[in-house]
Structure formats: C-alpha cells, structure tokens
Design a protein around this ligand. Structure first.
Ligand code: ZN
Length: 342
C-alpha cells in the first residue's frame, strides 16, 4: 500500500547541475553515475522506487547545494525562480504523487521571502528546503529578518538540510573521514538549528515550522544537556525559554538515513510522537530499507501511522483517502487574492 509521505526526496535539473559539481556523496564513480541518473528522473524510475517503499506522496527538493551556491545575488534570484518553475512543471504532471519544497535565493533575503510566497501561493509548494548556510551566512543573522517575517506570515515549513561547512574547521583538519554526511554535516546542521533557537529567530517567528532530517541531527538526544548547560552557563541569552521548549514547539524531524529503533525511541520520547515523520533521502538512501525499518519498529500502530503519514499530512496540508491517496488541502490562490491579503 502506498500510504506514506516522504519529505526529503531530492532532484536535479540541467539548470542546477553545474552547482552540484562539487557535491560528491560517494568516491565510487559508478555509484555516483547511478545517483545522478536517479536525481534527474521525475518519471518511472522515481515512481517505481516510491511504490516499492510504499510512498504515496513525495515532496521534492533540489539536491545540495542548489541555488544557494550561486555567488551573484541577482543571478540567484532568477535561478531560484527558474528552478521552482521547473519543479512546478514536474509536479503538475504527477499532482497526486509529487509536491514541492522551494529553492530560495537567500543571497537576497527580501527576494527569498518573496520567492517563498510565490512558491507557496502560486506554485502550490509546501514550503522550502534550505541547504544550510549561504556562502557562510546563517539564517539567524539580522539581515535575514525580512525573509523570516514572510515565512512567519505564511506559517511556512522550512526544511533545514545539511551542507559542507565553510572551509575546513580545525577539528576536522587531517581527518577527511569525518567529512560530508559521515559527521561534518551533522555538526553543521545541528549547529545551524541551534543558532535559530538560541539566537531568538524562532521565538520572534513562532509560526515557522523547522524540519530537520536524519532523526533530528542528534538534537533529540542532547535536549536535556542543552537545557541544563543553558541554565548553568551564567550567560545572558537572547531567549528566556529553554532550548527544549522551542525544539518541542517549532521542530519536526524526519527519519532519513537513521534506520535505528533506539534513535527513533529517543526522538519520540524527547520531541514527541507528533513530531517524527518518515522520509527516505532519495536517491542517497534506500527506500525499501527505510520502509522496512518503520514497519518493524516496536511502536504502537497509531504512532506508526502518525510517523508514516499523519504528522506530515498535518505539516504539509494534505488529506489522505485509502481509495484515492493524497490530495492537497491548500488551494492555490490567484495573485489578485494575494493583493487583497497584503
Ligand atoms: Zn538529503
């Protein structure tokens, strides 16, 4: 039965391909060629992989680093529009199976906010996928305020994806084994999320929903430590709430790449059974393996259904019917209606 939703499912188009040239998830050339072919496929191959994993609906996003790698801000704005239009075209061909997360030109924060609004209102996208920092700029920085104001007004789901850190931090020097998704990405993404928590961005924008992959990039495991050390640091903080309160209010996580019952149990216990969502990380992870993990996890059936589709349906605005599958609840508003709302 294809009754699951998946939210970290990547693609590439010819427009975006030059930017991903440095993204080498594997040193194995043959495996890399297979990944590239799968990323570029919006047709039978992708749908067959979804069917095999019991996924009815996948939210597609540009693979890392995407438009954020463009050094010129004006070019990035045009590139993001083009990439989102290309994705919208593919979603239109398979509206019952695909949804979209927008690519955003964060090089220009106001334009990024406008593109998020266009993508959600006009293209029917569910929110955005942000591939980590943009040329070393992080999302809690003051210049990003116009973007967050838009995102908050839209109550937008923002999926914060890992990426390579800037340069080689001293702690990774001489140990390339730690690079990429082995460890460096986890440190990068978890730290980026905590900047939003401790820097006050999410306290100021409480309607924004942050989604983290990879079972929450270790944050569900360290919540008690974050709270206790925040309490005892003696430092003035930008926010009065403890990190765990903001994490429980504004974070959702997906199971991508962590097919481990103990990690799932910790995430459910610390973040809550309403905050964990199934996903694959296609084509970098195996959907059948991810589905088998969820199917066999020692959790009540009602929780399995929440993780498989219920929680994501709530975040994305989807309805599910056994007979017909998934449909989008949000109507795509006419630009004229947007003017009246503004
Ligand atoms: Zn991913």
């Amino acid at each position: 039965m294809t009754d699951k939703i998946a939210l970290e499912e990547h693609f590439i188009t010819e427009t975006l391909a030059p930017y991903a040239a440095g993204n080498q998830p594997t040193q194995d050339a043959a495996a890399f060629a297979v990944l590239r072919r799968r990323l570029a496929d919006f047709g039978e191959g992708r749908l067959a992989a979804m069917d095999a994993a019991g996924i009815g609906y996948a939210v597609l996003s540009a693979t890392v680093p995407g438009v954020q790698a463009e050094p010129d801000a004006a070019k990035a704005v045009a590139l993001a529009q083009r990439a989102n239009d290309e994705l919208a075209e593919e979603v239109r061909k398979q509206p019952a199976r695909y949804g979209g997360f927008a690519a955003l030109p964060l090089q220009d924060p106001a334009a990024a906010g406008a593109e998020l609004e266009r993508a959600m209102r006009e293209l029917g996208f569910h929110g955005a996928m942000i591939n980590g920092h943009t040329h070393g700029q992080y999302l809690d920085e003051e210049r990003l305020r116009p973007f967050w104001e838009r995102a908050d007004a839209l109550a937008a789901p923002i999926y914060l994806h890992p990426c390579d850190p800037v340069g080689t931090p001293a702690m990774f020097a001489g140990r390339p084994e730690l690079n990429g998704s082995v460890w460096a990405w986890t440190v990068e993404a978890a730290t980026h999320a905590l900047r939003l928590v401790l820097g006050g961005t999410l306290m100021r924008h409480p309607r924004v929903k942050i989604i983290l992959g990879h079972m929450g990039e270790t944050l569900p495991y360290v919540m008690a430590r974050l709270d206790s050390r925040t309490r005892h640091s003696g430092r003035e903080f930008a926010v009065e709430e403890l990190p765990s309160a903001i994490l429980r209010r504004q974070f959702w996580i997906t199971t991508t790449g962590v097919c481990d019952p103990a990690s799932l149990a910790t995430a459910i216990a610390n973040l809550g059974e309403d905050r964990v969502m199934f996903s694959v990380d296609y084509p970098y992870e195996n959907g059948v393996e991810a589905a088998a993990f969820l199917a066999s996890a020692p959790i009540p059936e009602a929780v399995r259904a929440k993780i498989g589709r219920g929680n994501a349906a709530g975040v994305l605005g989807l309805s599910y019917w056994k007979e017909t599958g998934f449909t989008k609840k949000r109507s795509i508003k006419h630009p004229q209606q947007m003017l009246h709302q503004a």
